[in-house]
Design a protein around this ligand. Structure first.
Ligand code: SIN
Length: 277
């Protein structure tokens, strides 16, 4: 794909590319916006270096791609409900996103993408792994694709949100006393590329509808092991002011906590998406 205004360098054969030649703190022209969108569609996760961003600038960049999501359970900084803080230091007992997941897949219409900016990073350590759900789907046998194509699975947030945010249900942002959960197709079709990908993850998916517990656990365990295949992955090493922008509809990610007691800190904006089909 020809790019005229940005430089795009793939970081693996199947997923991930570094983008150069753009300052995300400034308004983007139509062509640059379109090229960034094209690069995201082609590579599923894109990385930028040396981006000094305020929360307002990060939100403005995210809003180019859609409305911003407000997390149902995570605390947000005063006046910035759309900012999801990602922070770990010597006092932390856990981090955000240590298991493979697609962000908030428990929502009826889960987010299309997420933009994470880190302003403080450990050295070494603190990398994020990304996995291509297109590559994982493509590698399944035709028989398994057909079998999974007719199934849906429940994605539930209570366990993960209570653990990560030490949360009580009466503190949910919208005042509801239930944590979001949704029944999602196991194989989803990307609304822009038309490609198929696997849409179950270890953080949120609890069971396959219509199968008994043993059957459901066995199929989900098989899929989780399959998604863990290194050939479907890329690994991003953060620097101060790096940005990662991933497409939640066709990727999963996992944050590594190998840097304790160092500090790793930044903010994410999450872009609303459509109902999964
Ligand atoms: C997340 O799941 O959004 C956090 C990813 C990271 O900290 O690398």
């Amino acid at each position: 794909m020809p790019y005229e205004r940005i430089e795009v360098t793939p970081v693996s054969p199947v997923i991930g590319a570094e983008i150069a030649g753009v300052d995300l703190s400034q308004p983007l022209g139509n062509q640059v916006f379109q090229e960034i969108h094209d690069a995201l569609m082609a590579h599923q996760v894109i990385f930028f270096r040396d981006q000094e961003l305020t929360w307002d600038q990060q939100k403005a960049f995210g809003r180019l791609f859609g409305d911003l999501h407000i997390h149902p359970a995570a605390p947000a900084p005063e006046g910035h409900p759309e900012i999801f803080e990602v922070h770990a230091d010597e006092n932390s007992h856990r981090i955000v996103g240590p298991d493979w997941h697609s962000d908030v897949s428990c929502d009826e219409a889960p987010p299309m993408g997420s933009v994470l900016h880190l302003h403080e990073v450990p050295e070494p350590g603190g990398d994020t792994l990304f996995a291509s759900m297109y590559a994982a789907y493509d590698a399944l046998s035709d028989e398994m694709k057909t079998f999974l194509g007719g199934l849906s699975a429940w994605h539930e947030s209570e366990k993960v949100h209570r653990a990560v945010f030490e949360h009580r249900s009466d503190q949910l942002r919208d005042g509801a006393d239930t944590y979001p959960k949704a029944l999602q197709p196991i194989i989803r079709t990307h609304p822009v590329t038309g490609r198929k990908g696997i849409y179950v993850n270890t953080a949120f998916t609890t069971r396959i509808e219509g199968l008994n517990r043993n059957e459901s656990d066995a199929i989900l365990d098989m899929l989780y092991a399959h998604i863990d295949t290194p050939e479907f992955h890329c690994r991003f090493h953060w620097q101060k002011n790096s940005v990662a922008f991933w497409d939640n509809r066709c990727t999963q990610h996992q944050a590594l906590w190998d840097y304790y007691p160092q500090t790793r800190s930044g903010s994410r904006v999450t872009i609303c998406g459509d109902k999964v089909v």
